[in-house]
Design a protein. Structure first.
Length: 256
C-alpha cells in the first residue's frame, strides 16, 4: 500500500490504500518503514508524505482485529512508534500533506513530520471516545503543548473533530490551503527546501527537537545554535550561500 518516487532530490512517499482511507495495519507500517529507509539511502534532500484518495490516513486498520486478543501494546510500541521515530529523525526536511481524515496513526505521522500543510477541510482530533480507546501516536503531547489541557480534554471527551483551517489557526500545524491546492503548495515547499542548505536545515531540526524534548532554555538553545553553526561552516552549501548573499545582499542587511 506504500509507493515512493524520487524527483528533483525529493522523495514522495504515498499511502495508497484509498478504499480504506489509507488506514495502516502491520504490513502497511512495515512498508512505510522500508520506504523511509530507501529514501534515506538514496540521499534525498527532502521528503514529502501524502495519502491517496479522500483521506491522508484514518488511523489503524482495525478490520479483522479482535479486541479480546489484540496485542495493542505490541502494535503501538512495536510497529507504530518505530515508524514515527524514523520519520521524525529523517536526515532531511520532511513535509506532510493532510487532507480528509488525519486521525490516530495518521495524526501521529503528521506530528512526526517537520512541516505540515493541511487542506482547509481536513479533519483532526480524537475519535477514540467512540471506540473506548485512548488517543495515541503523540496526540496528547501535541494537543497539550499547543491547545492546553482544557481544550485537549474537550476534544477527547466529545470526540469532536476540528478542520484543517481551525487546526492551523490554533497553532497545531503550519499552513492550510483549499483542498485542490494543498498538494501543489507542499510540493513547491519541499522542492524549495531540497534546493537549499540541507545540512543547516537538519541542524535546525535537531535544535528544535532538543528545545521541545529537553525543554531547553534560551541560553542552552543559543549554545546549541553556536555549535551547529560551527559544524556547517565548512560545507559547500554554507560557502556558496554566503558568497551569493554577499554579492546580492539587500540594502537592509548590514551585518553578516
Amino acid at each position: 500500500m506504500i509507493r515512493m518516487s524520487v524527483d528533483d532530490d525529493v522523495a514522495e512517499v504515498v499511502l495508497d490504500a484509498p478504499a480504506r482511507l489509507n488506514a495502516l495495519d502491520e504490513a502497511g507500517l512495515d512498508e512505510l518503514s522500508d520506504a523511509l529507509v530507501t529514501a534515506e539511502g538514496a540521499g534525498v534532500r527532502a521528503l514529502l508524505l501524502r495519502g491517496e484518495g479522500k483521506a491522508f490516513c484514518a488511523g489503524r486498520d482495525i478490520s479483522g482485529v479482535d479486541p479480546a486478543s489484540d496485542d495493542v501494546l505490541g502494535f503501538l510500541a512495536g510497529r507504530v512508534e518505530p515508524v514515527l521515530r524514523r520519520l521524525a529523525r529523517f536526515p532531511a526536511p520532511t513535509f506532510a500533506v493532510g487532507h480528509g481524515a488525519c486521525l490516530g496513526v495518521g495524526l501521529g505521522l503528521l506530528i512526526a513530520s517537520d512541516v505540515v500543510y493541511l487542506a482547509d477541510d481536513a479533519k483532526v482530533g480524537s475519535p477514540f471516545g467512540r471506540l473506548g480507546a485512548v488517543l495515541d501516536s503523540g496526540g496528547h503531547a501535541l494537543f497539550v503543548e499547543r491547545l492546553g489541557a482544557h481544550r485537549t480534554l474537550d476534544l477527547i471527551y466529545t470526540s469532536d473533530l476540528i478542520s484543517g483551517r481551525e487546526a492551523v489557526t490554533a497553532g497545531l500545524f503550519s499552513r492550510s490551503f483549499p483542498a485542490d491546492e494543498v498538494l501543489d503548495a507542499t510540493r513547491v515547499a519541499a522542492r524549495r527546501a531540497a534546493a537549499g542548505p540541507t545540512r543547516a536545515f537538519v541542524a535546525s531540526k535537531e535544535i528544535v527537537t532538543a528545545i521541545r524534548e529537553q525543554r531547553l532554555g534560551l541560553w542552552a538553545a543559543v549554545e546549541q545554535e553556536n555549535r551547529a553553526q560551527a559544524a556547517v561552516r565548512d560545507t559547500a552549501d554554507y560557502r556558496e550561500g554566503f558568497a551569493a548573499f554577499q554579492q546580492k545582499r539587500p540594502p537592509e542587511f548590514h551585518g553578516r
